[in-house]
Design a binder for this molecule. Structure first.
Ligand code: SF4
Length: 326
């Protein structure tokens, strides 16, 4: 029996951080053996919140290098830019006829973004973001999409649109399922629940040991624990949540030391910095390799785009036939 297919993607906004790794990439690497994976560099999706495209190509290359360094295998899974496969925009147009504006306005993810990003007037493309995302998935007949909780409403919209198309024109698309990513997101260095480039609270996958130490020195901790000797509460400290992920073998010791006061925040942070550096070492090594082999990276992209385009063309032939367009 052939493997089920998944479509996973990210917006290219530059080098990735450990939050991307924990929240998505680590999972994608595991899934690439079980599923036939397609990895989308969602460059058109960047336009929904920013019209500045000056760095979009370089950001795409940086992100691709991070994907490869983290362990995604380009032989198994094509990696490609959305803008280079024209069928994404064509299918987006067709699918946009199968959903109402009211339904899109009820999308809770959109409401959260409008609030978080302080958006005064929602543009048409942003409202239609889940339709383009549906086209991204259905073009490759994705059976599942690895997502965090916040993306589940989008997958539900994709299922509705796929159902509507199939009912009206005939079966072409599977109804994609959300494949929930287990690990919750990592908090940022400033204590914000989300690590994000725009908030400037990240540790990059490409940060060296000294940079990580410097960043962690400034990390927010339990405000009640001012000096060594003061008892702390690790549950409200983001450094402790990093220990849980990157230093699981010592996490109990860290917790006890924090609560008793025997462990000071400086030592705790430096221990954590060193564990994160150790964790990232093989990724950074691989990253350096690809940075020095930029032609190889471009070939990987070009090969991924050729493979993706072939699948996309076949799907659109089916769509045209069912719709009696060709
Ligand atoms: S000792 Fe560690 S876990 Fe406890 S508050 Fe300080 S940095 Fe956080």
């Amino acid at each position: 029996m052939s493997k089920k297919r998944i479509l996973s993607g990210m917006r290219p906004t530059g080098k990735l951080h450990i939050g991307h790794y924990v929240g998505a990439l680590e999972n994608w690497v595991k899934l690439q053996d079980e599923f036939e994976s397609f990895h989308l560099i969602a460059d058109y999706h960047v336009l929904t919140t920013s019209l500045d495209t000056s760095d979009i190509y370089q950001n795409s290359i940086d992100m691709l290098i991070d994907w490869l360094a983290a362990g995604l295998n380009p032989v198994k899974s094509p990696m490609f830019r959305q803008s280079q496969i024209k069928q994404h925009t064509e299918l987006n147009l067709i699918l946009g006829m199968l959903i109402t504006v009211n339904r899109l306005e009820r999308n809770p993810t959109l409401k959260d973004q409008v609030r978080d990003l302080n958006i005064e007037h929602v543009i048409y493309g942003h409202l239609g973001y889940p339709v383009l995302q549906t086209a991204d998935i259905l073009l490759y007949k994705g059976n599942a999409v690895p997502v965090g909780d916040d993306q589940v409403p989008h997958v539900e919209i994709s299922r509705e649109i796929a159902r509507k198309f199939n009912n009206h024109f005939g079966d072409v698309f599977p109804e994609p399922e959300a494949l929930l990513t287990k690990f919750s997101r990592l908090p940022g260095l400033d204590g914000n629940a989300k690590m994000s480039k725009s908030l400037g609270n990240t540790i990059l996958l490409s940060d060296d040991a000294e940079t990580i130490k410097t960043k962690l020195k400034k990390a927010v901790t339990d405000p009640q624990k001012v000096r060594k000797g003061d008892p702390g509460n690790p549950e409200i400290c983001l450094v402790y949540s990093y220990h849980k992920k990157f230093n699981p073998e010592e996490v109990k010791e860290v917790e006890a030391g924090c609560r008793s006061g025997q462990l000071g925040c400086f030592d705790c942070k430096m221990k954590c910095a060193s564990k994160i550096s150790n964790f990232l070492e093989p990724i950074i090594e691989k990253r350096k390799y690809y940075e020095n082999k930029i032609d190889e990276v471009k070939n990987i992209l070009s090969d991924g785009e050729t493979r993706a385009r072939k699948v996309a063309e076949a799907t659109m032939d089916e769509v045209h036939n069912k719709m009696k367009l060709g």
